[in-house]
Design a protein around this ligand. Structure first.
Ligand code: 13P
Ligand code: SF4
Length: 299
């Protein structure tokens, strides 16, 4: 295909690498050098030797890559690919919340702006959240912005967390009956739900897992059939890696419109134009980097 050849030519010319999140469109995932969940992508961003990173995901992910690679060019194919959950708390709101709880540590979900990360002691992803919070045993902790992931952590560890009422609008569209109806039709299917799903959905699922954990679970499980309660983009990778297994889409509404803004054509344009680029100004980047490095050190 001509467009892929041209992308590959520009990639070689610019020493570029393409990273993609598991929710990206299938042809974007196929194009990427590496596809993963937020934790895997953050780790990958610390190992990059290429000069240019094309980040196919949403803005906070590209921003994290830029914070970890201040000397590299980070391109995002569509500047409008934001995350509504990340925008549910501003740095000013977090500062005011901290003032209400002056002794509390702050852990922020990586789905947050650089400014919010800069106000935090540590970041986490859905793949390492419970383990990160083990490091704060016996201490008051503010957790932002996802109330649902925060509740999963609190329930798993049997502790309280001071939660911010943010949520993912895409996972909020998944209903418990979506899983119940699929289970009734496919009684052997194992229901996997992302921790961003609201509690009534999580309660009817068999496993609560990040997208990367879902990939590992599906591969290692003897089960042959799965209900996948997360954004539909993950189905492509699950089906590709497990051609003999069956994966049911939980709902036609579990689509993140921001993740779908990235297309193969936009990848080509951004490499051709070396734009849009993602920059994070120091000292915000410096403070946010500390919170990300703390997470990586504990993961
Ligand atoms: P993970 O891929 O880390 O599970 O994150 C899900 C998500 O919503 C990213 O925006
Ligand atoms: Fe944000 Fe939800 Fe989309 Fe992930 S799926 S980018 S949390 S809106």
């Amino acid at each position: 295909m001509k467009i892929i050849d041209e992308i590959n030519r520009l990639k070689a010319e610019q020493h570029a690498i393409i990273l993609a999140h598991n929710y990206q469109l299938p042809d974007v995932q196929d194009l990427a050098d590496f596809t993963g969940d937020s934790l895997e992508l953050s780790r990958k961003a610390t190992e990059i030797t290429a000069d240019t990173i094309v980040f196919c995901g949403v803005y906070f992910m590209a921003e994290t890559a830029a914070i970890l690679n201040p000397d590299k060019t980070v391109l995002i194919p569509d500047l409008h690919a934001g995350c509504p959950m990340a925008d549910m708390i501003t740095a000013g709101q977090l500062r005011a919340f901290k003032a209400e709880h002056p002794h509390a540590k702050v852990v922020c979900y990586v789905n947050s702006t650089a400014e919010v990360k800069a106000e935090s002691d540590c970041c986490c992803t859905s793949g390492n959240a419970v383990n990160i919070l083990r490091h704060y045993e016996g201490q008051d902790v503010i957790f932002v912005p996802d109330q649902h992931l925060g509740t999963v952590i609190a329930e798993t560890l049997g502790r309280d967390l001071i939660l911010w009422p943010g949520y993912c609008p895409t996972h909020a569209r998944i209903q418990p009956r979506d899983i119940q109806e699929l289970k009734a039709a496919h009684p052997d299917a194992v229901a996997l739900a992302h921790p961003e799903c609201p509690k009534p959905v999580r309660m009817v699922a068999d496993q609560i897992l990040s997208t990367g954990q879902m990939c590992r679970f599906a591969k290692e499980s003897p089960a042959m059939e799965f209900i996948v309660a997360t954004e539909e983009g993950l189905l492509h990778r699950l089906r590709l890696e497990n051609p003999e297994k069956i994966f049911h889409r939980v709902s036609p509404f579990a689509v993140c419109p921001n993740m779908k803004l990235t297309t193969v054509e936009k990848v080509l344009f951004c490499l051709r134009n070396r734009a849009p680029q993602v920059h994070v100004e120091e000292p915000i980047a410096d403070r946010a980097r500390r919170a990300i490095h703390q997470m990586l050190a504990w993961s």
